[in-house]
Ligand binder design. Structure first.
Ligand SMILES: NC(=O)C1=CN([C@@H]2O[C@H](COP(=O)(O)OP(=O)(O)OC[C@H]3O[C@@H](n4cnc5c(N)ncnc54)[C@H](O)[C@@H]3O)[C@@H](O)[C@H]2O)C=CC1
Ligand SMILES: O=C(O)CCC(=O)C(=O)O
Length: 435
């Protein structure tokens, strides 16, 4: 007879949700999806309580000597949401909008994301409240090193492994790796992923999130019986995720008819030259001044009549305020949390097929996992091997979530949460721990 893994029923009172009432609070957005899936799973009440709370929240003050001699003190956070399945994994962002609720939500999303693609990681996220676009390279390096020193106790290849996110990149990861290695007095490449290839980074990591978006869009179009060739696509955000997704979707025959970044966007029904847009951004740091077609706002881009919409910039760009006007047939969430919980029902009613963030943008952390494996093994793979293994994981995960959504007659987001919560809860039960 199989071992009974059920835990004793808990009588802990449900937490007060009042402090998360705002539709656009990312933690609320995450938690309302979690609650819906948990209810369908009939989750053990004790495990339900555990999974509603972050394991650890760290806040540090980060003093930095600016180039003009002034000392400024920045605030940084690192949140470990759940580590039952393995070391905490998740990016670090530098942005003025960073706050503890947002970082906690992003850390929870990392937990579900790693589980949905079945990586042996827990979830974490970090952030520093700053405007990196206004800082010199020297100031950014000092900020990064001091922030790393502030959170050093959590970091390590077996405990907490950062990666790039909004406004951070390979260079920032190199500084984190170096600062950590100096503290422990030997080189530890596996303490961060998304590093330069020359120092233990993986081939294919830079493109991995956008490539993963391309793979799930390909699966979704096939599922809906639509051809990839000629499918029209609009992409919001033209950074790491958006620009690579646009490039690879165009290579697959899609027509990229809309792109945007923080400076605004362009619409061209004939198709935008994505390579030229990437070259423009490399030279000018934004799409501003690019000759890409008719100018349009970010709000208008989201409402274009396209086959596929890829929000790949920020949270909460599709909310109950504009969801009714979204005309895309498929939304592939390249960003984390681009759709508010309030928008979910509206999109579902309109019959829009949403590939949720925790699945659609999991390509990045999947290749981060490959990088961690390669660093620990000291043996590096070819780019083709990385891309093939990424394709296999993204395709299989899409099909796993689709099968569950059909079985339970729920949308893809609820199915993705159900799959990942089940995987995390199962490990909690097996380990016999509540925290
Ligand atoms: N880099 C990665 O591997 C992963 C990133 N993500 C998520 O994807 C999203 C984008 O991340 P990255 O591409 O890495 O960041 P990035 O910093 O490389 O690019 C961000 C892009 O968004 C644009 N943007 C900023 N504010 C905007 C606004 N108000 N309206 C329109 N566009 C705006 C920027 O101009 C830039 O083009 C974030 O939600 C991030 O958490 C998710 C998984 C992995
Ligand atoms: O590559 C990673 O470890 C995490 C990337 C990330 O922050 C994300 O998927 O949101």
């Amino acid at each position: 007879m199989a071992t009974d893994l059920r835990l004793p029923t808990s009588n802990i009172v449900l937490p007060d949700k009042d402090r998360f009432l705002n539709e656009e609070n990312p933690f609320e957005a995450m938690m309302s999806r979690f609650d819906r899936a948990a209810a369908l799973l009939d989750l053990d009440p004790g495990i339900y309580q555990v999974l509603r709370h972050p394991e650890k929240q760290i806040t540090v003050s980060v003093p930095v000597m600016m180039d003009n001699g002034e000392v400024r003190v920045f605030t940084g956070h690192r949140v470990l949401y759940n580590t039952s399945r393995g070391p905490a994994k998740g990016g670090i962002r530098f942005d003025m909008a960073v706050n503890l609720d947002e970082v906690t939500a992003l850390a929870a999303w990392m937990t579900w994301k790693c589980a949905v693609v079945n990586l042996p990681f827990g979830g974490a996220k970090g952030g520093v409240v700053c405007d990196p676009l206004q800082m010199s390279v020297g100031e950014l390096e000092r900020l990064t090193r001091r922030y790393t020193a502030g959170i050093i106790d959590t970091l390590g290849p077996d405990s907490d492994v950062p990666a790039p996110d909004v406004n951070t990149n390979e260079r920032v990861m190199a500084w984190i790796m170096d600062t950590y290695s100096m503290h422990v007095r030997h080189t530890v490449t596996a303490v961060v992923t998304g590093k330069p290839v020359e120092m233990g980074g993986s081939l294919g990591r830079r493109e991995a999130t956008g490539r993963g978006v391309m793979f799930v869009v390909r699966e979704a179009l096939a599922h809906l019986g639509r051809p990839m060739a000629g499918a029209t696509v609009a992409v919001q955000g033209f950074g790491n995720v958006g620009s690579v997704a646009a490039k690879l979707l165009a290579e697959q025959g899609c027509r990229i008819v809309g792109i945007s970044d923080r400076t605004g966007g362009f619409h061209n029904p004939e198709g935008i030259d994505v390579a030229a847009a990437i070259a423009h951004v490399q030279k000018h740091k934004s799409l501003d001044g690019f000759n890409g077609g008719d100018q349009l706002s970010n709000e208008e881009l989201l409402e274009l009549d396209v086959d596929v919409l890829v929000p790949a910039a920020l949270e909460n760009v599709i909310t109950s305020k504009n969801a009714a006007r979204v005309k895309a047939r498929i939304i592939a969430e390249g960003a984390n949390g681009p759709t508010s919980a309030g928008a979910d029902a509206i999109l579902e009613e309109k019959g829009i097929f949403v590939i949720p963030d925790i699945l659609a943008n999991a390509g990045g952390v999947t290749v981060s996992y490959f990088e961690w494996v390669q660093d620990r093994g000291g043996y590096f793979w070819s780019e083709d091997t990385v891309n093939e293994r990424l394709r296999d994981i993204m395709t299989r995960s899409f099909q796993d979530v689709l099968a569950l959504s059909r079985q339970h007659r729920v949308n893809m987001r609820t199915a993705a949460y159900m799959l990942s919560i089940t995987r995390v809860a199962t490990v909690h039960k097996l380990r016999g721990i509540y925290a």
